[in-house]
Ligand binder design. Structure first.
Ligand SMILES: Cc1cc2nc3c(=O)[nH]c(=O)nc-3n(C[C@H](O)[C@H](O)[C@H](O)COP(=O)(O)OP(=O)(O)OC[C@H]3O[C@@H](n4cnc5c(N)ncnc54)[C@H](O)[C@@H]3O)c2cc1C
Length: 393
């Protein structure tokens, strides 16, 4: 189905980022998977091309372009021609906007230019061993010590955890309030800030995912990001964009799997004909194409809504839920259509399949997405319980 959200400038941008991913990223994919981390240089190269934090104002080196379609194009091209473990989108649109929107002028001047150039790589640390879906359960805490904040605790599963130079850390700052959280920017080299091992994962091997430890880290006062004790609400504010990013990435990964599988199944011959020619397989391709087109239309609508500042949390959740579950179905079918080769690491579809598995877990699991959608249609047990309690009283 034709997509109608792009203008000429987007198409030109697509051509140029495609060349970037083909020339600067693709040649390193196998080596990065083996070393389990992308080269820092990849971020610097992206910075040179103007692909990092494009939304940042020109005074910080950015292009002042917040149109989400550019990020969408980058994710689509990265999935097909780059490396899904190269978390440029996390740097650009998942973490960067915290500094761009919550940062003071002084903080933006201090950090953004190097985020735009790729010298500062970004990460966000919310999850802990004991708290993932339920952020209010975090135990990392920060105390106000007058001239600094004292940060103690640990985080896990942090994407870009090894590479990151700036980590936005969520910490409890009010023990009596489960939502009493604040956000702090912890910088590489701060005393007491240690990184654990690069965690071994099922897939997406080139992406560094790590544990982080904070032992009496003295965080300067000027590194509090946003308002004291309002961190929980800051996090909620940015989650809709995070879910849209996830949806875009999942559909892009599904499209990439579909493309390599169409090629493979059209060439591979069994019982005298191409795998793609069997009616059962033609129907599989037809179903995948249909579902992806329907999903694309919804996501494109969300992207335009987001550009207008109108993307609701429940629509973002619907996009994330549908796209990630579709990614799972499509990559699974695509491995099947490859036969034994689909299970071999040298075939890209195998990595697409294992990369897909995390999409239904991170950035809010499928169950949490269903919670959000159910609440948006009035099925909210928290309110029902309150009402019945009141009635009983
Ligand atoms: C590769 C990877 C990268 C990640 N990157 C980051 C990162 O950069 N920064 C960061 O902070 N975190 C990151 N995470 C953490 C991720 O966001 C969490 O793993 C996710 O939110 C789920 O939390 P959990 O693992 O604690 O699972 P739990 O919260 O323990 O959930 C376990 C199961 O219970 C289900 N469940 C939870 N609540 C409900 C409910 N109310 N109703 C029904 N079912 C429920 C969940 O859906 C899940 O199936 C990453 C995780 C992975 C695997």
């Amino acid at each position: 189905m034709d997509r109608n959200i792009f203008e000429e400038e987007h198409e030109m941008f697509r051509d140029s980022v495609r060349s970037f991913f083909i020339n600067e990223i693709q040649p390193h994919v196998d080596r990065w998977a083996e070393q389990e981390i992308v080269d820092r240089k990849a971020f610097l190269k992206a910075g040179e091309q103007g692909l990092l934090c494009m939304w940042a104002d020109e005074e910080y080196g950015g292009a002042g372009v917040s149109d989400f379609r550019f990020e969408q194009i980058m994710m689509e091209e990265n999935a097909r021609y780059g490396d899904v473990g190269f978390f440029i989108f996390l740097h650009n649109r998942l973490v960067g906007p915290y500094i761009g929107q919550l940062g003071t002028e002084e903080q933006k001047a201090r950090w953004l230019p190097k985020c735009v150039s790729g010298e500062n790589i970004l990460a966000i640390a919310m999850t802990e061993a004991g708290a993932g879906s339920d952020i209010s359960g975090i135990r990392t805490k920060a105390e106000d010590k007058g001239d600094h904040y004292l940060l103690n605790g640990s985080k896990t599963f942090i994407s870009n955890g090894i590479l990151a130079d700036l980590v936005i850390v969520a910490a409890k700052t009010d023990a009596d309030n489960s939502h009493g959280i604040s956000l702090f920017v912890v910088e590489r080299g701060m005393e007491g800030f240690e990184r654990g091992k690069n965690l071994k994962k099922m897939g997406m091997h080139s992406q560094d995912t790590a544990e982080l430890f904070f032992n009496n880290v003295k965080v300067p006062k000027e590194n509090l990001l946003g308002e004291w004790n309002r961190g929980f609400y800051h996090l909620m504010h940015f989650l809709a964009e995070e879910r849209l990013l996830s949806a875009v990435g999942s559909l892009a990964n599904a499209e990439a799997a579909f493309a390599v599988t169409m090629e493979y199944a059209s060439e591979r011959r069994v019982f005298g004909c191409a795998v793609a020619e069997f009616q059962v397989n033609r129907f599989k391709f037809a179903d995948m194409r249909m579902e992806m087109d329907v999903c694309q239309a919804f996501i494109d609508r969300c992207v335009m809504g987001h550009n207008e500042g109108k993307l609701s949390a429940d629509d973002a959740a619907k996009a994330k839920l549908f796209a990630t579950e579709l990614e799972d179905r499509v990559t699974d079918q695509c491995v099947q259509l490859h036969g034994g080769n689909g299970y071999m690491d040298e075939y890209p579809v195998s990595r697409m399949y294992t990369a897909a598995r995390v999409s239904r877990i991170y950035a809010g699991s499928s169950e949490i997405m269903r919670e959000i959608i159910a609440r948006s249609i009035g099925l909210d047990p928290r309110k029902t319980h309150k009402t019945s309690h009141k009635n009983a009283a």
